[in-house]
Ligand binder design. Sequence first.
Ligand SMILES: [Zn+2]
Length: 388
Amino acid sequence: MTHKILQKILPFLKQQGLSRLLIHPEEENKTLRCRSKNNEELALNLDPTSTKQLAIFLHNLTKLEEKGEIINSYHKIDCGEKNFPFFLSIFPSEQGKKIIIELVDKKINALSLNNLGLNQEQQKLINQSLKRGLVIIGSPDNSGKSTTYYSLLNILKKHELNINTLEKHRECHLTGINQLKLLEKKDFSFKKGLETLLRHDCEVIGIDDLTEKDLFLVAPAIQTGRLVINTLRTNSILQTIAKLLTNNFSAHNLGTNLSLIINQILVRKNCPHCLKKRDLHSEEKKEIEHLLKKSIWCQNTYYSTGCLHCQQSGFLGQVSLFEVLAPSQELRSLLLNNNNVTKDSLLEKISEQLKKEEFPFLQDDALLKLQLGSISLTEFFKLLDLNL
Ligand SMILES: [Zn+2]
């Protein structure tokens, strides 16, 4: 019975392009509705009895795995045509135990830079920068940074490099890569793991979900000539640089060793099955130009009317918006020549330099995807409201 509930939920999440489902303790006796990352409700109505049964079933699944306060385990459910692998996390909160079901994307191995939603110029910068030094992939929680991280490792794998990774939770198995899982209970932390890797002959180190407080551990690693790829919770490229400067990275170290910063955010994608094109009204154009503080070439906009495929919502799946920074020679010189200025003053200079170089920020990628019909005007204005 409970298997049947999961057999219904997992394909639904996949079809809607959602990666996770949260069950709050106070919801266990209520009708469970599925929420997207933007906290919008989707039409998954599960009656209170089934929700309760599901919670009990998931609790029981983990009893066989490990004991402890926070539980993270990997499972697979047969959903007829295919298996759906997922991570299950159960952790205590004040109201009781919170349950998270997170789908594992089995296709992650096959994701090309193109499939991630990166444009040609961004792809070129990434391919040129995966040589040595520091690469940071930043985004808010659940905004696709792990997918980008595994896709970059996948590219490097083809060059037959010696690649080792440190991961809290292994989201994807990549053949040909040594993936070390951190075991905090056994004191195999990021610190111990990095010390071990630096003693070994490896050319690429990948660290998924590095917390800001552990960021300082990476500063010496990038000075060894290796390529170090991290993911980090952050909102913008400037915020990433600010976090690095606060955590033991000098401007000089960044000027010498910073290779690439990718920042991304996920937004809802227009349903392609009911997509319509219309002229962009002059007031809308003026509003966009006012918010972006520049004139735009956009003439049309697209919207989805709602159909069976998107359950009448007009949205189907999600798409990433990206900003990709490979420091120019001028930006490197700026970092190297300003090693002793205050962090705020340096960030201001970097911001001015990026504007001077007409660096394409998230908003510019959003404008491009608006023009191409991938995203709606609603999602575009929502992004601009975030003021990242
Ligand atoms: Zn549709």
